[in-house]
Design a binder for this molecule. Sequence first.
Ligand SMILES: Cc1cc2nc3c(=O)[nH]c(=O)nc-3n(C[C@H](O)[C@H](O)[C@H](O)COP(=O)(O)OP(=O)(O)OC[C@H]3O[C@@H](n4cnc5c(N)ncnc54)[C@H](O)[C@@H]3O)c2cc1C
Length: 433
Amino acid sequence: MMKLKKDVVIIGAGISGVHAAIAAARGGLDTLLVERDGSVGGISTLGLCNPFMRYWLGTERLVGGVFGEILSELKRRGGLLANSFDSETMKIVYFEKLRAAGVDLVLHSIPVEVYTEGSSIRSARFISSQGIPFEVEADYFIDASGDATFSFMAGAEIFEGDAGGTNQAMTLMFTVSGIDFAKVSEDIKLNKENFFAWVSPRPEVMSVAGYFQEIKAARENGYDKLQDYYFFIELPGEGRASVNTTHSFGRRAADPFELSGAVVDCMAQIDQLMSFAVEYVRGFENARIEKIASIMGVRESRRVKGMYVFSGEDVKSHRKFNDGVVRATYGIDIHSESSQKITQEDRMQVPVYEDYYEIPLRSLISADFENLGITGRCFSSDFSGHSAARIMPTVAAMGQATGSAVSSAISNGIPLSRVEARDIRTFIESGTI
Ligand SMILES: Cc1cc2nc3c(=O)[nH]c(=O)nc-3n(C[C@H](O)[C@H](O)[C@H](O)COP(=O)(O)OP(=O)(O)OC[C@H]3O[C@@H](n4cnc5c(N)ncnc54)[C@H](O)[C@@H]3O)c2cc1C
């Protein structure tokens, strides 16, 4: 069997794992990034997720560093429209940044066995989809799998779902082309009450949610798979949008059968939603499905217990930490069956962003294994804290912080838990948007 020795192995090449790998490699580490799919980016590319949720306060960017570079590169290539981006351009940018940093990337591979010794992970055995096993010994491992798969296999303590163990709803995203945005805009201007109060007819990028009257009419005509609103975000290019409207509730994302059931549910919803849009939504008369995400949009599945469990209270109190390494402002956002029932009060709400909170380095380090970093969707958090911190800019910053922390631990010959947060803050380079 092939055997490798690396400084750090990162499992999962979603936006967080990519940032962790780039930071680790730039920090001088021999870095291996292992990904189960055939491309990188996870939910941010294959999942067709858009746009970047708020990572700025006023004109101040809360996330800089590698994420800032990626934004500039997307812009240079015409793949950025305010905070919405083109998923294929994003793939190219990720690959280019990984290559330039000198990250070793292996696709189509998953871990099958994790070898531990007391509170340390010694090595792991992986297998490729071609059935070729390989073992990697490393000083550090970073779980960026989103589902905490590597930590779960190592035997780390895991949290899952809300107090009753129920995960957030899953959503299969899709993109649409052929939209007439002038008509969409005109419709919003004439029928403001038919949309959420925050929807504007002339923003930099159209983010539209509502169509309450059309949904009511369509339901009366037999459409039985619609949610209470229709939500889409304009994408770079002519007449393109990303639709974030399907929902599969109450299914366990870490169970392969339930996850597959969610895909089946959402495919049926997409089919009906597209017919609805063409028939009822002004500006969608000639629209068609461009792409359906090749992976399910899992908002939350398993989370790893870290040295600190980041909480919803930390979000609400805009808490700052001595070892704060990531800054964010996005609020608690839980997709559950009840949260999708839209009341008049919901429609009138306009989100307010007035301060930031921090995420401490301790919530990026496993409580059980001293050489295990945990980043992205599976970082250490409670259910509601997670719901705020899971957005792309924030998990990108977590990745950079975790990769940099491992590099700092190795170069200073100290444990990960003793790394100085001030050396690795992801907002040091934050700049004006
Ligand atoms: C439907 C939906 C809508 C969202 N909307 C927004 C939005 O509008 N704005 C925003 O900013 N954020 C949004 N988010 C949140 C955000 O997209 C995700 O939380 C974020 O992209 C997660 O990044 P990640 O790198 O932590 O995880 P992922 O993107 O899940 O990446 C994990 C990676 O690990 C790989 N992997 C998994 N298991 C293994 C294994 N065993 N071995 C090897 N590789 C493995 C996966 O293939 C994947 O590439 C949304 C999320 C969802 C689901």
